[in-house]
Design a protein around this ligand. Structure first.
Ligand SMILES: CC(C)(COP(=O)(O)OP(=O)(O)OC[C@H]1O[C@@H](n2cnc3c(N)ncnc32)[C@H](O)[C@@H]1OP(=O)(O)O)[C@@H](O)C(=O)NCCC(=O)NCCS
Length: 255
């Protein structure tokens, strides 16, 4: 990593049009979207103005990462839907993504929210690890082809299947995990994503392997959720394979 020492990275709320423009530029560098998929500056403006969040991570004056969320409403309750999290490639794996999420959590709690959600690709082992093992989200919902076709090469031409991460911000589950003392969970099912998935997605010759895995894991995850199970943990092995750990979940998830 070429980044300055982590202590030099500071995180702050973004409010200016220039900063929102920098988010758009960073977004393009990270996802390489076509014009049709790009989230324009005006959406960042709206997010910041209507009770969402736009947070930036800076190395000096340079924006090296951001998190953006929008306010949501379901079943009579407000929550935050975190729509984008991005860190420049040369600054990754130094804890900046996690710090942006923790700053989102602090801000959300200060403003009275109990829940933040976001969607993520179940084939992304790194993101699954960050979301489930490092932040303490749980997962009980699967949405096939959430966005429809995506122009991002990260998607590798596959359907944009997404899991919903639920981050119960004040829950004991999250607080214990963030303190480094996660509660033991009962695990009754495991669903694995091999580390070769990244190569399969990027290589046209092997893309069918990725499609088959996505389809098999979709079936397995949807069936498990229907039986009332939730993703309550995630494991990585030394080869880099990732495994969803599923178990029963108490109804009072937010406690
Ligand atoms: C997802 C993203 C924001 C994470 O940012 P980051 O600053 O690298 O994240 P962190 O350093 O806080 O955490 C990364 C974790 O993944 C781990 N990791 C890195 N590569 C991994 C891999 N191939 N498999 C599994 N885990 C991996 C790191 O070790 C770290 O875990 P640790 O804290 O237990 O050591 C960044 O990778 C990114 O911009 N990706 C592209 C856009 C994207 O996918 N956004 C999220 C979905 S909207």
């Amino acid at each position: 990593m070429n980044a300055s020492p982590q202590t030099a990275i500071h995180i702050q709320s973004l409010t200016s049009l220039e900063d929102f423009e920098s988010c758009v530029v960073l977004q393009l560098e990270v996802w390489r979207y076509s014009d049709a998929d790009i989230v324009p500056r005006r959406v960042f403006v709206v997010a910041q103005r209507i009770g969402g969040q736009v947070l930036g991570a800076f190395d000096g004056e340079i924006l090296v990462g951001f998190a953006m969320s929008l306010p949501g409403y379901r079943d009579g309750k407000s929550y935050l839907h975190s729509y984008m999290l991005a860190v420049l490639p040369q600054y990754r794996n130094a804890g900046i993504g996690r710090r942006l999420k923790l700053a989102q959590r602090d801000d959300a709690i200060a403003r009275g929210f109990d829940l933040m959600e976001w969607t993520f690709d179940p084939l992304e082992i790194k993101n699954s690890h960050l979301n489930i093992s490092r932040l303490g989200t749980i997962v009980r919902r699967y949405h096939p082809d959430f966005y429809g076709v995506s122009s991002s090469p990260l998607q590798g031409g596959l359907p944009t299947d997404r899991l919903y991460a639920e981050w119960w911000l004040r829950s004991r589950h999250v607080a214990d995990l963030l303190r480094g003392e996660p509660q033991p969970q009962q695990i009754v099912e495991r669903i694995t994503v091999p580390h070769t998935i990244y190569q399969w997605k990027q290589d046209a010759q092997q893309r069918n392997l990725a499609r088959t895995l996505q389809s098999n894991n979709r079936t397995a995850l949807e069936a498990a959720f229907q039986r009332g199970l939730a993703v309550v943990g995630y494991e990585r092995d030394p080869q880099g394979n990732g495994t969803f750990l599923l178990g029963p979940w108490k109804n009072t998830v937010e406690i």
